[in-house]
Write a protein that binds this ligand. Structure first.
Ligand code: ATP
Length: 437
């Protein structure tokens, strides 16, 4: 874990928010490579969940919604975590995250805990210039409610018939009692959620289907099978709306098995609750059977940061690699799936020689129209290869003195370090083909 956190800081992938003011605990900023990585994770999810399917459409609903939404959904009443405090050191913990029979994990004394009290997780603010209780609003703790309150509007606009889904990505906020473990638990995070609306009675089948789809998404993008497992929620863990929930868990180093994603059968709870409170009928009319019903909902819900963190961990390698001088040296490698890699190709002139740099610049300009391209000029070429390996760049393209005569460059592949000479004119197509595989 420390190795990955250090790599992320050193290479500007993720760093603490507001660091010049001492940081805001557990809030993180995504640097130039981090933002690319994050966009790629979101893009892969969107591709798998929306673009590649005929039966799912997208939505972007607002972060601040009517407080009625949270009344109806049950969040105002029940979106809490049990909080206990050590009476020796006053450190607070989530009661369900520690063993209350044992001494305090912070000061080692006790056990001497206060009674558990329910701590509310929604962040509150005020809308408009007057701060009174009449205009309290909440920052959403999940994106899902947008899909429920817009269900009828989206269904009519998209003319989808059940079964179909609505997907959304966006920020969510939770006033977590104990944020931490790098980006695993923060108070501001990004979610990717999809509500799949089905006919009651077909919900168990669709639940199984989505569990399989989601497990395969992680495996396809490079999570090692031995680090992934499925765990069903115990009855006392289930949310108030859920009939059954499965978590996809990842074995995080130093943390053990922890939730990456929850896949819940939310029943017809939300659509019914919003129909009742709003007075708007959110039931569905099936034009074939002429039946009217409240659809059941299967919901795969995941953050962006937790899978991203897991992808980094499973991609990390340290290897012995041969140097130009015939020795070996340690190379750090992020063996990221090329679809996730923040930079797709780096162009390196063999040296800073005045004849080579313009050639490399021209090659990079040409590639940049199709691929996220880095141009790296300074340092020995060996060092520059290592810098690219460390952040997972799948291909390096080197321009050398022969390029000036034959207009060919060398492509080096990250994992095998195999090299191939390719004409500059054929380079974009050649790379595109490699990315297809
Ligand atoms: P936990 O039990 O870890 O608090 P949860 O069961 O409350 O999580 P869900 O409500 O199922 O989480 O949220 C769906 C997904 O959103 C989670 O699987 C996780 O990937 C992400 N997520 C939830 N809370 C956070 C957080 N505080 N920081 C980062 N990601 C989060």
């Amino acid at each position: 874990m420390d190795t990955i956190v250090n790599l992320c800081k050193r290479r500007g992938i993720v760093f603490p928010s507001s660091e010049i003011y001492g940081g805001l605990r557990s809030a993180w900023d995504w640097g130039p490579l981090g933002v690319e990585l994050k966009r790629n994770v979101k893009q892969q999810w969107w591709h798998a969940m929306v673009h590649s399917r005929p039966d799912v459409v997208g939505l972007e609903s607002s972060i601040i919604m009517s407080p009625n939404v949270w009344e109806a959904s049950g969040h105002i009443e029940t979106f809490t975590d049990p909080l206990v405090e050590c009476t020796n050191c006053n450190k607070r913990f989530r009661a369900d995250h520690i063993d209350l029979e044992r001494s305090c994990p912070h000061c080692g004394n006790g056990p001497a805990w206060t009674e558990a009290r329910q701590f509310h997780l929604m962040l509150k603010t005020h809308m408009g210039p007057v701060e009174d209780s009449a205009n309290v609003v909440y920052l959403r703790p999940e994106t899902a409610q947008g899909m429920f309150v817009d269900f009828a509007a989206v269904q009519q606009a998209s003319r989808k018939r059940i079964p179909f889904g609505i997907a959304q990505q966006g920020k969510s906020f939770r006033n977590e009692i104990t944020p931490g473990n790098f980006v695993f638990r923060t108070r501001e995070f990004e979610q990717m959620e999809m509500e799949f609306f089905v006919e009651p009675g077909t919900d168990d089948k669709w639940h199984e289907y989505w569990i399989e789809q989601r497990m395969n998404w992680y495996l396809d993008l490079g999570i090692r099978p031995e680090n992934l497992r499925l765990r069903e929620h115990e009855a006392d863990e289930l949310s108030h709306y859920a009939k059954r929930t499965f978590d996809i868990e990842y074995n995080f180093p130093g943390m053990g098995w922890s939730e990456l994603e929850g896949i819940a059968n939310r029943t017809d709870f939300d659509l019914k609750a919003h129909s009742e409170r709003s007075g708007q009928d959110l039931s569905y009319f099936d034009p074939d059977t002429k039946a009217r019903y409240f659809p059941y909902v299967i919901e795969p819900a995941v953050g962006v940061e937790r899978p991203l963190f897991a992808f980094l961990i499973d991609a990390y390698r340290e290897e012995e690699a041969p140097t130009a001088g015939g020795k070996t040296e340690k190379r750090v490698l992020l063996k990221l799936d090329p679809r996730l890699a923040p930079t797709k190709v780096a162009v390196l002139p063999l040296s800073k020689h005045q004849d080579l740099v313009p050639v490399a610049e021209r090659v990079a300009d040409r590639l940049r129209t199709r691929f996220v391209t880095d141009l790296d000029i300074t340092g020995s070429v060996g060092k520059r290869y290592r810098r690219q390996d460390e952040v997972g760049t799948p291909y390096c393209v080197t321009a050398d003195f022969d390029t000036l005569d034959d207009n060919q460059v060398t492509i080096r592949e990250r994992d095998s370090m195999d090299q191939e000479r390719v004409p500059v004119d054929a380079l974009p197509e050649h790379l595109a083909k490699r990315f297809e595989h």
